[in-house]
Write a protein that binds this ligand. Structure first.
Ligand SMILES: [Zn+2]
Length: 329
């Protein structure tokens, strides 16, 4: 799958570059190191920075409150687990708008969400005062920020997705993809086989945005130059007329404004169609049971009898484990 992703902050260069232009002296920011666990239970070494009180890695991935993360970090242990991300159960990302979100940011989020719904099997549910007791894990979408940023995967409880006034639909799509658990394309461990990075043209203090991940976020398919999770060729450039990244053949990268085919395939492999087809009988397994059971029409989940954990349908022989077991409500 092409879980590759790039900030095609692109549709308009101004919109796309907005979030990092506001970080003028990144090298002076307090930082820390540690390990995060991605939705595939892979440990990834990361460096994070204090950006407006948040611990942020790779420019726009929020780990959490900086002081809380730093407390876990303790400064001396490089292998401490900072965050643990999961996939959203039942393919459903829950979101809540900040009551004061501006109408433009709200519209960008809704457009991005609609595009995601139309091209993938991901669903969205809005958390409201009427249903909030039902949804404890949710993405809080706010425009009270100068950033475009998001946490990675479902982290539990309230998590933040920042969508400043100028973020744009493409960047909203990118940030939603982060919230689904998808990392950046240009930090893949194999990226040097596909692109050249020109660190000499990267603004001082921003070089870490071009670090390769200690581990990959996911099993990858072909390198995807069109991924919406790929930063564009002039990201973090000192001289905006010179690139910071190009394809090995010299071509530009990262100016796609919608999900690429690779992005769609990647998201669908993480969040496959998990409902039974009407009239069909499919054999699937529950993650929390060793045996197989038959998926009956209309069923989406069953309770495992052994441990009281809710299990969810998982396609037999699929290499991707969908949805971690959830404790009974
Ligand atoms: Zn990003």
């Amino acid at each position: 799958m092409a879980l590759a992703l790039a900030l095609a902050f692109s549709a308009t260069a101004n919109e796309s570059e907005y979030f990092y232009e506001s970080i003028s002296n990144h090298s002076a920011l307090e930082s820390g190191q540690g390990v995060i666990i991605d939705p595939w239970s892979t440990e990834i070494d990361v460096t994070y920075y204090n950006v407006d009180g948040l611990a942020v890695m790779e420019g726009d991935i929020i780990l959490g409150d900086f002081n809380e993360i730093k407390e876990r970090d303790k400064g001396a242990r490089a292998n401490v687990i900072l965050t643990v991300s999961k996939l959203w159960p039942l393919n459903t990302m829950v979101y809540q708008f900040d009551a004061n979100i501006d109408s433009r940011s709200r519209a960008h989020f809704i457009s991005a969400m609609d595009n995601m719904k139309n091209t993938t099997f991901v669903n969205f549910v809005e958390r409201t005062t009427a249903n909030q007791s039902q949804y404890k894990n949710y993405v809080y979408v706010t425009s009270n920020t100068t950033r475009c940023s998001s946490q990675l995967g479902m982290v539990g409880g309230k998590q933040t997705l920042n969508l400043a006034y100028n973020c744009g639909v493409a960047t909203a799509t990118h940030e939603i993809a982060h919230a689904l658990g998808i990392g950046h394309e240009h930090t893949r461990s194999d990226r040097d086989s596909h692109i050249n990075v020109y660190l000499s043209n990267v603004q001082s203090g921003f070089e870490h945005n071009f670090n390769k991940s200690g581990s990959d976020f996911a099993p990858y398919s072909a390198y995807d130059f069109n991924s919406i999770m790929h930063y564009h060729s002039y990201a973090f450039a000192k001289d905006q007329s010179s690139p910071t990244m190009l394809r090995n053949n010299g071509g530009q990268i990262g100016f796609n404004s919608v999900l690429s085919q690779g992005d769609i395939e990647g998201i669908n492999s993480l969040y496959p169609d998990n409902t039974c087809t009407a009239g069909a009988t499919e054999t699937r397994t529950l993650r929390c049971q060793s045996g197989q059971i038959t998926c009956e029409t209309g069923q989406e989940r069953r309770q495992c009898t052994s441990d009281g954990i809710w299990g969810e349908w998982e396609i037999v022989n699929s290499p991707i484990c969908i949805n971690f077991g959830q404790h009974c409500p």
